[in-house]
Design a protein around this ligand. Structure first.
Ligand code: PEP
Ligand code: MG
Length: 885
């Protein structure tokens, strides 16, 4: 199959590979698609991602076959535009750009004006009739090519240009004359020669292959690897290379370049949104060298800005562009992110792709587009990344709270963030690792800052527009961002920043409002998120299309209430040990643990009973008739013991046992490996009176609530860490006997279930037998992961991230289920359990119950529900719907 696909100039490929992102990358596939529907796309060609993978695997040189294909494709461009590559008379210039399956800011981006050398620059000068433009293009090319392909640091070129401008008394690049640029080109070539020891390549084919090689190599750059790790992008995709005829936005006042979104990527509003610059090349907009202007009149007026919008300054080209926007949205049925150039009044499309958007915008656009008839509900459900909902569920700044406003920038990515100021990415990462909330403040950001942006709670930049690197990356990461705060200056020597007449130092607290662009000193209080409107609509659709139920892991009435607001349909895991730590009852708990015999334990348990009953009463009240899974005590008893002399003395005082005795008892309880020690159902086996007390509390509370409200709770009593059927048999009897006693005392009965967690490999293996005793299984995938991988969940942090970096596990297996390994045990447990008991209820309550990839697996495995922490409930509802579609 082909490895080079041409586009533009009327070519038609029947081969669907030419428009397949997997083969030709996002950029290449969309260029082919746009050209195919008749949009004005400069002709070009794409080298496939497969070729990149091959090149990186084999190393060394390019094959003759590829060289021949590229030469042929170049001829296609030459014929279409009527210029020839390397010609001194009428030279073809091309751009070379990377383009992976998904857009990846970590990779080589673009080399423009490739094909210029000492001879072709004269040809460009003659054919364009603009000598200044030709030499300006040449110096841009040398600078860009030297930076991204040859690895010469770009500041060397910038400094040379600054000095030249100073010598001539210029403030601005536009004052440079043709002769000035000619002189700069001489200097730039000198810089390359002295940095590299050889001349800047004059052979245009050498230039082209150098750029192709640089694109391929950039796939394995450190920046790209970091980006892939943060975004779960596999390392074996590779990138395509796009080579395309240049069109020039810098050919005078009738030329321009810009970037645009068909809808507002921050709010989702249905209004064209973008930035443009007259007489400029693409990178001028993105790099923040000149401040871009508004695209539409409405946006300009709203911002109170003076320089004319494109709509006003170039009405004809703008009209054409607006028509293209409409066509593209209808064609792709999604919001598009577009790059365009106007060359001497003619519009050219350079790129389109589904635009990155904030969670808020994604939600609004998905719901709006269903209303517009552009997409159906199912598509809308699939459009919103469940994890992105997280951004919407968290608080925003209280509009009524006082703000100590320092200044304002562009509202580049919404959300509120407070934290201490840090001025570089490494420091941001270090401080964030120590648990500090930090705001990364930079003049502008580049892909080298990605790790710091990820670590920061918010990002502030002095330069760059709404489509600058900082803005795009922050929106993608869901970090609040204020960009282009022109009043901000940063002094890296004193590590201070200045806004107006205020000076702040690194470490001072700053608050950003990414929705308004406000920058404030100190911390500003926040308010709860809006759960109505578009959010409620999408959730309703998700609920309609999902099969699995979504429950929550919660044990306080407040958490239960919040989870219900978020749509939880029951409790999947109530960890009762959390109730034992309560300040008022911890001494009774300790008395129970330290008791020498059963009688002593029962006396202490007697005191705990009313407290536990009140706990359950409150939860049943909030959950009003929904299923509530209560897990009996799980952790080893020594976890509840006092720490330090002071606590021992206090306890001794409270329960009247000497400190020495207490310490001896504590020593006796010491375990070498508590995770595999005296915990879970083993506590119930050795001290059945503990489980008996808990069961009594559950049933008494359930009867009381049923009597009081008429709505009978459905308690599901869950036994943890079971490995054998016999364990469950013994403990189930404890629960059943207690239930029978309570029902006799209360003069009523209630429906209830006894089930077990499947969180040990043996339990999964023996699921058929265990199901004889259990009415339900809940997969405790935290422990199941720990015991299957033999990796301690409390110690894994230290070595798991290198494991993930090296691809040993694709993701942290405690966050996203190891489907390949642990998943087999879940599937086996489910199948074997159901073979014994067809109506066995199956759920998951490990952390994975809130992870979309794991939820998709649960759907496939046929579980009845997933259970997640309260804030994850909406994420789980949406992910469950996506999994079902
Ligand atoms: C589990 O092991 O997955 C579980 C839910 O229980 P815990 O996290 O309390 O051990
Ligand atoms: Mg567990």
């Amino acid at each position: 199959s082909r490895q080079v696909y041409t586009f533009g100039g009327g070519v038609k490929h029947d081969d669907p590979r030419s428009r397949d992102k997997v083969i030709t990358g996002g950029k290449g596939a969309n260029l082919a698609e746009m050209a195919g529907i008749g949009l004005p796309v400069p002709p070009g060609f794409t080298i496939t991602t497969e070729e990149c993978v091959k090149y990186l695997a084999e190393g060394g040189d390019f094959s003759d076959a590829l060289r021949a294909d590229v030469a042929e494709a170049l001829t296609h461009i030459e014929k279409t535009v009527g210029k020839s590559f390397g010609s001194a008379a009428d030279p073809l210039l091309v751009s070379v750009r990377s383009g992976a399956r998904v857009s990846m800011p970590g990779m080589m981006d673009t080399v423009l004006n490739l094909g210029l050398n000492d001879e072709t620059v004269e040809g460009l000068s003659a054919t364009s009739g603009d000598e200044r433009f030709a030499w300006d293009s040449y110096r841009r090319f040398i600078q860009m090519y030297s930076d991204v392909v040859l690895g010469v640091e770009h500041h060397l070129f910038e400094e040379a240009l600054e000095i030249a401008k100073e010598d001539n008394g210029y403030l601005n690049d536009v004052e440079m004359t043709a002769d000035n640029w000619r002189a700069i080109v001489r200097q730039y070539k000198g810089i390359v020669e002295s940095e590299l020891g050889h001349a800047f390549p004059q052979d245009v084919n050498e230039q082209l292959w150098g750029a192709i090689r640089a694109v391929f190599d950039s796939w394995d750059s450190d920046r790209a690897k970091v980006y892939r790790r943060l975004n779960d992008i596999p390392g074996d995709w590779g990138t395509a290379v796009n080579v395309q005829a240049m069109v020039f936005g810098n050919m005078g006042e009738t030329s321009a370049t810009g970037v645009a979104f068909t809808r507002d990527p921050a709010t989702g509003e249905k209004a064209y949104y973008g930035e443009w610059l007259v007489n400029a090349q693409g990178e001028d907009v993105v790099a923040g060298i000149r401040t871009p202007q508004y695209l539409t009149k409405a946006a300009r007026e709203r911002a109170g800005a003076k320089p004319l919008s494109m709509e006003e300054a170039m009405p004809a080209a703008y009209g054409e562009l607006a028509a293209v926007f409409e066509l593209l949205e209808k064609h792709y049925r999604d919001m598009q992110d577009i790059e365009f150039t106007v060359e001497r009044g003619k519009l050219w499309m350079l790129q389109t792709r589904s635009g990155k958007r904030t969670a808020k915008a994604a939600l609004k656009m998905a719901v709006d587009m269903v209303g517009e008839g552009l997409i159906d509900e199912q598509t809308a459900i699939k459009r919103v990344d469940p994890m992105a909902l997280d951004q919407l569920l968290h608080p925003t700044l209280d509009p009524k709270a006082p703000r100590d406003l320092l200044g304002r920038g562009l509202p580049a990515s919404p959300g509120a963030a407070s934290g201490s100021i840090v001025l570089d990415a490494d420091t941001a990462e270090k401080r964030a690792e120590m648990g500090e909330a930090v705001i990364l403040v930079r003049v502008e950001t580049s892909p080298e800052d990605i790790h710091g942006m990820h670590a920061a709670k918010g990002i502030l930049t002095a330069r760059g527009g709404m489509t600058s690197h900082a803005a795009v990356v922050a929106r993608g990461m869901g970090r609040p961002c204020v960009s282009g705060a022109s009043g901000l200056s940063i002094d890296m020597k004193t590590r201070t920043l200045r806004m107006g007449n205020r000076e702040l130092k690194e470490g001072d607290i700053l608050t950003l409002d990414g929705a308004s662009g406000d920058i404030m000193a100190g911390e500003v209080p926040t308010i709860e998120p809006e759960l109505a409107g578009d959010f409620a609509t999408l959730m309703e659709w998700a609920d309609k299309h999902r099969r699995m139920k979504v429950r929550t892991n919660a044990e306080t009435p407040a958490d239960c209430r919040m989870a219900r607001q978020f749509g939880a349909e029951g409790i999947g895991l109530c960890r009762t040990e959390h109730m034992f730590f309560d300040a008022n009852r911890i001494s009774s708990v300790r008395q129970m643990i330290l008791a020498e015999d059963e009688a002593g334990r029962r006396a202490a348990l007697e005191k705990l009973l009313p407290e536990q009953r009140a706990d359950f009463h409150a939860i049943f009240d909030v959950m009003a008739g929904l299923p509530v899974t209560i897990r009996l005590l799980d952790p080893p008893l020594h976890e509840f013991l006092p720490h330090g002399d002071e606590e021992f003395a206090e306890l001794s005082e409270a329960i009247g046992i000497g400190v020495a005795t207490l310490k001896r008892r504590a020593d006796e309880l010491h375990e070498f490996n508590p995770m595999l020690g005296h915990r879970g159902c083993r506590l119930g086996i050795t001290f059945p009176e503990i489980y008996e007390m808990q069961a009594r509390a559950i049933f008494e509370a359930a009867c009381d609530v049923a009597d009081a409200s008429g709505e009978a709770p459905v308690p599901e009593v869950m036994i943890p860490l079971v490995a054998t059927k016999r364990e469950l048999q013994i403990l189930k009897k404890v629960v059943d006997d207690t239930a029978a006693k309570v029902f006799a005392e209360k003069g009523r009965t209630l429906e209830y279930m006894v089930g077990t967690m499947i969180e040990l490999p043996r339990a999964a293996l023996m699921a058929a037998e265990i199901a004889e005793e259990a009415k339900f299984f809940s997969f405790g995938t935290n422990d199941l992961t720990q015991t299957t991988l033999g990796v301690s969940r409390d110690d894994a942090a230290r070595f798991l991230s290198p494991y993930v970096e090296k691809g040993i596990y694709p993701r942290d297996p405690f966050v996203s289920l190891d489907i390949e390994g642990v998943g087999q045990l879940v599937t086996m447990g489910a199948e074997r359990g159901r073979a014994t008991r067809a109506d066995l209820k199956l759920g998951i309550c490990g952390e994975h119950g809130g992870d979309p990839a794991s939820i998709a697996f649960c759907e496939k495995t046929g579980l009845d529900y997933v259970s997640a922490s309260p804030y994850r409930v909406p994420i789980a509802r949406l992910a469950a719907a996506q999994a079902a579609l």
